[in-house]
Design a binder for this molecule. Structure first.
Ligand code: AKG
Ligand code: FE2
Length: 514
């Protein structure tokens, strides 16, 4: 369980990290553009030297110039000063932006985000490598998302993901990714790419050792033998082969033993299975038809604002009481709020302008920042009947999750008397009003673990629930989580309303269940 960091001493627009988990972010190609611009003219020249070289030429002048281009022009360009200058420019350009480029930890974080998606949505690694998002349960294969353009991974891409897991001793994830790397490298053997860091031999080496570590000696042996076909002089691998042969001779049962590899349990979550199941169902539980008390209505209440512009209210769940207000904000308002929060991306842990959020980030927006925030407060107050003026409510917190970004099961209210949430001197967080400021192409639902339901992201809608019983006691059934974003960019805004100021608006009761 985790609570958001909150400090009352900063009653101004402030910015804290949420315990939401690293995401893949969105990489913008400006680095490549800088480098390309530098050598664009030269690149054009080299390209033109190859023009028409594969097509038959009938014009004798063209034939002559083609032969000349290929025989002498090209050679002269390769050995020219211009070529060395361009190589230098390429290197200089790289060095200029090098410190802003993703670091190895970013690559590790991105690989772990991929593995999280693989686990939570039961995605097949083979499918991911081909660019498709398929859930595999037994023999059943379900498409979770169909990308418009297939984007497949290379052997080197898969190797890098597998290697991150391998280096952590996580063979559960390392093996399928390295298997995929081996298979892709086998398919393209001999086509060495400059940008690749690994080769078929590297992948075989790591995969063999991973199999050895999980007790699958026969796989370790056959992969090591394959490695020796490509690098027969490798003494270490030759010794491994002898070791594996000896092990198998000593206990032949190992040859058939199918090792069951446990998924690493870090961080251990008792609720993990329910959480993941709720994320997979994407909130499609057919409860409305089964329970008549769950209904849709137009909320007009007594407020003039709502009389003029009723809000569609959908009761999602009764215990805990969770409602969804459809079209709570307009597209323009949602965009405006995201825009107000966006500049904080740079200060909230982003190392580079080239990268959009590497971590999920949050920004606190004080009402004075823009009139739209005041309008929003009035609307929340009209709908909930609660006082949302500071210190009875916190500033609006805007959170952005990139791909793979999620927020593990937690309570929004304080569960310890020493929680920093009490520093506002306005009691605990009695209610949460959470607005979905974007749509998400796949994943990203809000899952209520003990409630056993999840709410898919509905753009512009707002989710409301009580965190405390009327007695002031925390409602344990409100344990909730933000599921990992599979495809898309998720934005939510939280308004946390506190106990004080609501005494006449939500009278207390001594009954523990109210
Ligand atoms: O993103 C979500 O769906 C949940 C977010 C949340 O629970 C929070 O920000 O406290
Ligand atoms: Fe929350």
């Amino acid at each position: 369980m985790s609570l958001k960091g909150f400090s009352i001493s900063f009653l101004t627009t402030l910015n804290v990290h949420t315990p939401c988990q690293p995401s893949l972010g969105r990489v913008v190609v400006s680095v490549g553009e800088i480098i390309l611009l530098l050598s664009f003219r030269f690149y054009d020249k080299v390209l033109s030297l190859h023009e028409d070289s594969a097509t038959p030429v009938s014009n004798p002048l063209l034939a002559f110039t083609l032969i000349k281009r290929l025989q002498s022009d090209w050679k002269n360009v390769v050995h020219s000063l211009e070529a060395s200058e361009n190589i230098r420019a390429l290197k200089d350009g790289y060095e200029k932006v090098e410190q802003d480029l993703p670091a190895f930890e970013d690559l590790e974080g991105a690989a772990r985000a991929l593995m999280r998606l693989q686990d939570v949505y039961m995605l097949s690694v083979k499918g991911l490598a081909r660019g498709v998002f398929q859930r595999v349960t037994g023999c059943a294969v379900t498409d979770l998302y169909s990308p418009r353009r297939l984007f497949s991974l290379t052997g080197d891409d898969c190797f890098q993901v597998g290697k991150v897991a391998y280096d952590m001793g996580d063979y559960y994830h390392a093996i399928p990714w390295l298997e995929e790397a081996v298979s892709l490298f086998r398919g393209s053997y001999g086509e060495w790419k400059t940008e690749d860091e690994a080769s078929l031999e590297d992948a075989l080496d790591h995969l063999a050792f991973a199999y050895f570590q999980v007790g699958n000696i026969s796989c370790a042996l056959s992969l090591s033998r394959e490695f020796l076909l490509y690098s027969p002089d490798n003494k270490r691998m030759a010794r491994n082969v002898l070791k594996y042969e000896k092990l198998l001779a000593e206990s032949p049962n190992q040859a058939v033993a199918e090792a069951v590899i446990q998924r690493p349990n870090v961080p251990h979550l008792q609720t993990r299975d329910t959480y993941e199941e709720l994320c997979q169902t994407l909130g499609s539980q057919p409860t409305h038809y089964q329970i008549p008390s769950l209904y849709c209505s137009y909320e007009t209440s007594s407020s003039p604002y709502l009389l003029l512009q009723p809000v569609r209210k959908e009761v999602i769940h009764l215990e805990p009481y969770v409602v969804l207000y459809h079209d709570f904000v307009s597209d323009t308002e949602a965009q405006k709020i995201r825009g107000l929060a966006e500049p904080w991306v740079i200060i909230s842990g982003i190392r580079s302008l080239m990268l959009q959020p590497v971590v999920c980030f949050s920004a606190w927006l004080k009402d004075t920042v823009d009139p739209v925030l005041v309008t929003l407060d009035h609307r929340i107050a009209s709908l909930t009947g609660l006082d949302v003026q500071p210190p009875y409510a916190e500033y609006l917190q805007v959170v952005n999750y990139g791909i793979g970004g999620h927020y593990e099961p937690h309570f929004d209210h304080a569960t310890s008397p020493t929680s920093p949430l009490y520093r506002m001197n306005s009691g605990n967080r009695v209610a949460t009003f959470m607005i979905y400021l974007s749509s998400v192409e796949a994943g990203g639902a809000t899952a209520f673990i003990y409630g056993n339901f999840s709410v898919p992201v509905v753009k512009n809608a707002a989710l409301f629930w009580w965190n405390l019983h009327r007695s002031g006691k925390g409602d344990g059934d409100t344990l909730h989580a933000g599921c990992p974003v599979l495809v898309g960019d998720k934005w939510v805004a939280n308004k946390w309303i506190h106990e004080y100021g609501q005494e006449f608006r939500r009278p207390c009761s001594s009954s523990p269940e109210d």
